[in-house]
Design a protein around this ligand. Sequence first.
Ligand code: URA
Length: 434
Amino acid sequence: MRTVDIIQRKRDGEELSSEEIQFLINAYTQDQIPDYQMSAFLMATYFSGMTDNEVTVLCNTMLGSGAVIDLSSVSGVKVDKHSTGGVGDKTSLIAAPLAAAAGAMVPMISGRALGHTGGTLDKLESIPGFRTTLTVDEFREQLRMYNLAFMGATPEVAPADAKLYALRDATATVESIPLVASSIMSKKIAEGVDSLVLDVKVGAGAFMKRQVDARRLAQMMVSIGRRADKRVVALITDMNQPLGFAVGNALEVMEVSQTLQNAGPTDLTRLSLELAARMIFLGRITMTLDEARELAQKLLLDGSGYRKFKEVIKAQGGDPNVLDRFDLLPNATGVREIASPRAGYISAIDAELIGKAAALIGAGRDTKEDAIDPAVGVILEVKTGMKVDAGSVLCRIYHTSEDRLEDAAELIEDSFRLSKEPPEDRELILEVVS
Ligand code: URA
């Protein structure tokens, strides 16, 4: 089999055989196919798509590229949550501790910043000392002790995704339904979960800009999960404006801390509580979803989720005091304000532009080898629907260098739209697919 023939067939919109997909993924994972050929294949897939059969084979091959973590020695239903990627989306760091505090078992394998979106691993690694490179034994042991463990894909677990994810980020091939579905589902099945809550983002700041595409992605992931005997539910949620106010790794950890102390933004709190409730329900901690919602709310209000997150930070080598003392987190050295050019209502805040601006100043990567600057990012002062005066501060850019700051500021200025009339309210949770 020749790699170039497979690329050509996908480029021309043909359906690949199982053998071809298996050959390609296995050889790439074992460094037998160079990045340039895999990049061409990813781009061909981006344009040509895949049939359901191809996606199933792709996902299973990615899963089979490594080990499936055996969590049978850990009692209880294992449930995780994963987002398809958003801007300011730090719900995993809120929902997971709440679900774990309720008694659910949460083994969480997360990803890094991708395109203009942030990644849970990068956010966690902004906490000094936090170790996301656990061995499988450490992961299992920590889950047993604290109900919650975070790690990244490793050479043993979902190695194909670890390699492909980084390559997609650097080759503009993230926004592809089959590639997103197989990336997420191979990681999640590999971590040994019984149940999964998916947050499929839709809108300007999401990889899926249209609700029909988000629905198709949700359905594809739910059906991959069902075929693997997992209980899966997907919420389709709005990502037209950033979630919460903070975008950027350490800045988002600060907002997580505030939210777990019930002092967070309304949209972020609401979505995190709903995701936590879904995890609690699928984790069979409560009999009904309404009971799970009540429990999630109670654990937020009594500080149990907050304490759980601190416990887990400590267990993974991080400094839990960062949640009380933000000066212990990496801090920016400069701040630039963006002011409103005129009075009016904020009718839109383009989350993709904000995400791109944050990535430009270091919150994301240009190439897969780039390091993240954990301190930098954007804090919004306004959300869609708010009234502002001319000169009101719309947001602050936190930076550590002047490099690319002008370009970032321009993108951010372009991201705010003003109108004379208040815009219509948008639903946050648009659909549930199960
Ligand atoms: N999250 C993932 O894990 N993979 C993707 O492809 C997109 C978001």
